[in-house]
Design a protein around this ligand. Structure first.
Ligand code: DC
Length: 218
């Protein structure tokens, strides 16, 4: 099996560009953020504070996370329910950042992610794929862009979904998540030593895709 690990901050284009790259390569695109988001949605629904590690940990045994790969992409199931679109709200984003800092949550999801890479050629995106989940990945990429351009892209995405948010708010949430994701103790967001950096600040979608594919194809 061949594994491409892509890590980087929120909104660097991982979900859009990485998904297109996986399609082009004929690989399964694994969006690990969506898996963490599914846990966070359950935590919010149970009325539990996502920062309360013991309370979140206590919920884990009752959570069944399901993934399906359809022509439209990755479908997320929470105890059987399709939650693919429900996990994309700003509220879930912030809760996910908190839940994903909890070591028990990361341990709970580790094997699930490794199993996917054992059974499929994958392009897996997240925060700790090249550093923790798949340290032996064939190719490691650190995909990044300036916070302002990432906020602008996220605003466009939210607008297209019919749930616009003010730019300043999106930018400050991105900065907050960058900080939280890179300063937590367990598996913080950082560039693997052997990762190739792809900075998409100055690149449009097509250019970002070409840059990513060029790294994978060597
Ligand atoms: O990629 P995303 O924006 O959907 O990720 C949502 C949150 O999940 C993000 O704040 C960090 C966390 N995350 C993580 O800790 N590890 C991963 N492999 C993927 C996401």
């Amino acid at each position: 099996m061949f594994a491409v690990a892509i890590d980087g901050p929120a909104g660097a284009g991982k979900s859009s560009v990485a998904k297109a790259a996986a399609q082009e390569l004929g690989f399964v695109y694994v969006d690990t953020g969506a898996i963490y988001r599914t846990i966070a949605l359950h935590v919010l629904r149970q009325g539990v504070d996502p920062h309360d590690a013991p309370a979140v940990e206590a919920l884990l045994p009752a959570i069944q996370v399901g993934l399906e790969y359809t022509p439209e992409g990755q479908v997320m199931r929470l105890n059987g329910e399709d939650v693919t679109s429900l996990i994309r709200t700003p509220e879930v984003s912030m809760a996910t950042s908190a839940c994903s800092a909890i070591p028990a949550v990361r341990a709970f999801l580790l094997q699930l992610q490794r199993d996917l890479a054992e059974k499929n050629n994958v392009l897996m995106d997240g925060r700790d794929i090249g550093t923790v989940v798949l340290p032996e990945a064939d190719v490691k990429i650190y995909l990044t862009a300036s916070p302002e351009i990432r906020a602008r892209r996220r605003c466009l995405e939210l607008e297209q979904r019919g749930t616009p948010e003010p730019f300043d708010q999106v930018l400050s949430e991105i900065q907050q998540r960058d900080w939280d994701d890179s300063h937590r103790e367990t598996a913080p967001l950082r560039q693997a030593e052997d990762a190739v950096v792809v900075d998409t600040t100055e690149l449009n979608f097509e250019e970002s895709l070409a840059a990513l594919l060029a790294v994978v194809r060597g």
